[in-house]
Write a protein that binds this ligand. Structure first.
Ligand SMILES: Cc1ncc(COP(=O)(O)O)c(C=O)c1O
Length: 477
């Protein structure tokens, strides 16, 4: 039997032998298990010598490979030890997710069998798995049978497809008068999406917020009216199911009414918060979300999956298809959509990874109850941290968390040295290497935020965070 080109003595063949595959897979698995076991002790961030190490990786591609897989694995492990420990329990910066082991197993299987899922006929049952995942998520938000969606690489791409869909559904070919309404707290990916979709940046209108950092509905109504009077064409309203800065939830019910009255597409960006819909507290905060025309979710945040898993749900999936479907002669052999969708007709992508298994396998193995319990735990931890921070002298904690972000800063008058001291406080907290937090600007003031989402963050680490913040606050003044 022909086995391909003669094998080099020094390299693995492109198709390794059975024994080599077993050894390589076994070594990778035992590295990963060791990595995960060590996470509670690993520094929450580590940049010592990171650039020196990075420089070692600036090498030309080797003509001959190496058979020393253990050495390559050692290098990968060293590389993984530098930077933010995004998988660990102390990572409370930006929006964490953690990364479930069961999802890593799903990815290993999915990339190993390497099926093409974006047209159903190429892998009917895998495409169905992805369609089932979309249906589960539609059910979570009370979406009707006509709803549908896509798994994207993340929330930014989901917001992009949502805006393109809204534009296509409501505006003429020449759409440059179309205006979108966001809050000053809306994630930058929405404005970026609008610009990528062809709108001038000024068409993205920032509506003022209330002291709780939620969209001011009266100001929104005024702004829409004024824009219409001045010849603009309001077409899209974006509400937040949890802002990035503080986790604020816009009054979705009221926004839905404005959208209905004004004929706007109502998109909800739930990239950070929407999975709290699994909890009773989340469901009550998100009342009215089922009336949204589209919802962005990020399973790589609220479902603790690895980076690269976002989702867009659209109430009427035919709208999503109208905005994304473009035929091609060389695809003529493929079966048309049937009871399973051709996802490529609903998305900007043709070839892509099989993201559905990364969502399906963890739900299958752990059950939705495990996700619900973990998300309830995060809400409790945020309340615990908020209450604990109230007692730290010199700190102000202006916003009671609606979800799982707690924002705080040094108490000070505007224009005093408060920002500098809060920046110093953040440095001191992060120097602990037990937790890693990030900052933002709110009302132009430097503000630290702790975002508790990872499935690996529990009460012990949040108690430790509180103690670290308390000690750092005492040192920073
Ligand atoms: C509210 C919100 N929307 C959108 C995004 C963008 O998501 P991604 O980073 O997955 O592209 C984020 C990311 O943090 C977010 O918090």
């Amino acid at each position: 039997m022909r086995r391909g080109p003669a094998r080099s003595q020094q390299s693995f063949a492109l198709e390794p032998t059975l024994e080599e595959k077993r050894a390589m897979g076994g070594a990778a698995l035992s590295y990963l298990i060791g990595f995960l076991e060590n996470l509670p002790e690993a520094p929450a961030s580590d940049h010592d010598g990171a650039l020196d190490l990075a420089r070692l990786f600036r090498q030309p591609a080797p003509a001959e490979g190496t058979r020393d897989f253990d050495e390559v694995l050692r290098l990968i492990g060293e590389a993984a030890s530098k930077g933010f420990e995004t998988a660990g329990p102390g990572y409370l910066a930006y929006i964490p997710g953690g990364g479930l082991f069961s999802a890593a197993v799903a990815d290993f299987l999915a990339t190993g069998v390497n099926r093409f899922v974006n047209v159903w006929h190429a892998a009917p049952v895998f495409a169905q798995i992805e369609a089932t995942v979309i249906r589960w998520l539609c059910d979570l938000f009370g979406y009707p049978e006509a709803a549908g969606g896509i798994l994207t690489s993340g929330g930014s791409m989901a917001n992009f497809s949502a805006i393109v869909t809204a534009r296509r559904a409501l505006l003429p070919e020449n759409f440059l008068r179309g205006t979108l309404y966001v809050s000053g707290q809306t994630h930058a990916s929405v404005a970026k999406s609008a610009v990528l979709a062809g709108f001038p940046p000024g068409n993205v209108r920032a509506v003022p917020t209330t002291p709780e950092l939620r969209i001011d509905v009266a100001a929104l109504r005024d702004m829409v009216k004024r824009d219409r009077d001045e010849g603009r064409t309001p077409f899209c309203l974006v509400g937040n199911a949890g802002t990035t800065n503080t986790g604020a939830v816009d009054p979705l019910d009221e926004l839905g009414s404005v959208a209905r009255d004004e004929g706007l597409w109502f998109h909800v960006d739930g990239a950070y918060g929407a999975f709290f819909q699994l909890t009773e507290r989340g469901r009550s905060l998100f009342r009215g979300i089922d009336a949204a025309d589209s919802i962005t979710l990020d399973p790589h945040k609220g479902m603790f999956l690895p980076y690269g898993t976002g989702c867009l749900l659209v109430r009427d999936r035919s709208r999503l298809r109208e905005a994304h479907q473009v035929g091609a002669d060389y695809l003529q052999d493929l079966a048309p959509e049937d009871e399973i969708p051709n996802f490529s007709d609903y998305s900007p992508e043709l070839s892509r990874d099989f993201r559905g298994l990364r969502v399906w396998l963890p739900v299958k193995l752990h059950g939705l109850g495990a996700f619900r319990a973990a998300l309830n735990e995060k809400l409790d931890l945020a309340t615990f941290l908020y209450e604990g921070l109230q007692d730290v002298p010199d700190l102000e904690v202006p916003w009671e968390p609606e979800l799982s972000v707690v924002a705080f800063r040094i108490r000070s008058q505007r224009g005093s040295k408060g920002d500098e001291r809060t920046r110093r406080l953040l440095e001191l907290i992060n120097e602990s290497k037990r937790v890693f937090l990030s900052s933002t600007l709110i009302d132009g003031r430097f503000t630290i935020r702790a975002c508790i989402v990872s499935h690996r963050t529990h009460r012990d680490r949040v108690e430790e965070a509180l103690q670290i913040i308390r000690e750092a606050a005492a040192r920073s003044v």
